[in-house]
Design a protein around this ligand. Sequence first.
Ligand SMILES: [Zn+2]
Length: 380
Amino acid sequence: MFSNRASISTALQSFKLDGHMLRYNSFAPKLYNWCLSLGFTPGKIMPSRAFCSDESQGFPIILIAKHFGAFPFNHGRVGGIVSVERHGPHADHGKDLVLVQASHVGYDPGTGEFGVYRRLYTEHATNSCACGKIGRIVQKYAEEYIYARDSVRLIRHEGRPSVLLDYLLISPRKQGLFLVAENLVEGAEHGLPRPVSTRSTGHVFSASPRLLARLGADTWPREGSVAVGQHLGAEDFYFQREGHWEDPFQDQLEQNLLAPMPWILTSPHPLLTAACANTLAEFERTYRSLLQSPAMHRKNLLFVAGLNIDISPDPGEDFPLTKFVPWAAFLQRSDGTQEIFEQDELLERLGAESSSNPTQLNLEHAVQAMASKREVQVRL
Ligand SMILES: [Zn+2]
């Protein structure tokens, strides 16, 4: 999905949010009704979800259970990663299959801030990071980015606009933040040229014409140096990590976010952009795994991926107001025919379905029925 750097910005911009959100109490019945219109058998559909383990994801799960009449199978790992090795057990548990993947991001309607969620059950009902797993990964890379913004400096050498690059940023390493030198340094298309001067902590190079054109010569100070700061754009750097992931499942999230990380860090809402990037990567990865899974052979299967926006609950409310932003869907019919729905087609398809579901489960009645059921002895 993100293997070609030149396409990352376009890919992220393709995930449209404005005008593409569905409240879960509308999305869940529409999804169920779509399954029925596809010929899935009522009462024989096993839904599954691949959501983060955050308790904020409970409300969507309850609504899926309510409308499908079955508690969803669990395909999810923290951060909204799909356990693709669980396709087999999922396929065993139902005649027809639905899988919903969603990364999530918190939202505070009071401040308009993404990436935070009010935890009503903490002592002082404070806001904290959501998705926390994504937040921890982004924070780690943000520290390197902040260092680079301060350590790439605009300076004049004999009056000419130049850049002072910290040794750490241009030293040979196996991992960390790497500069796209040709964006910053003149004549660096095939590696860094000879510096025009050397300082105690870095080399000075002539500024590249494209940097000069982008910033304008007046950005350079007459004396001393200034940090390049926010002018260090997503195209100017990238990250590399060693390929030895401790836990290939837990680290899938970091792998998904590694290439788009410069665009995540420079976006107005980094955790929102990161969640979208993860959904893009997980849809593609899961789609390919479903194609290859023998367990899915001759199954009716609908896989939908998107973003859960968790709008923080107010005191006294039991659940967040969760909105779903669909990204893409993959449909496979038992006769082997397959179809992919891109974002607008998917939204249109869901929009055409009714949000009414007369067969939805009455959870209170269901729980009451189990509570009043005659005792069954477990014999040992
Ligand atoms: Zn999370």
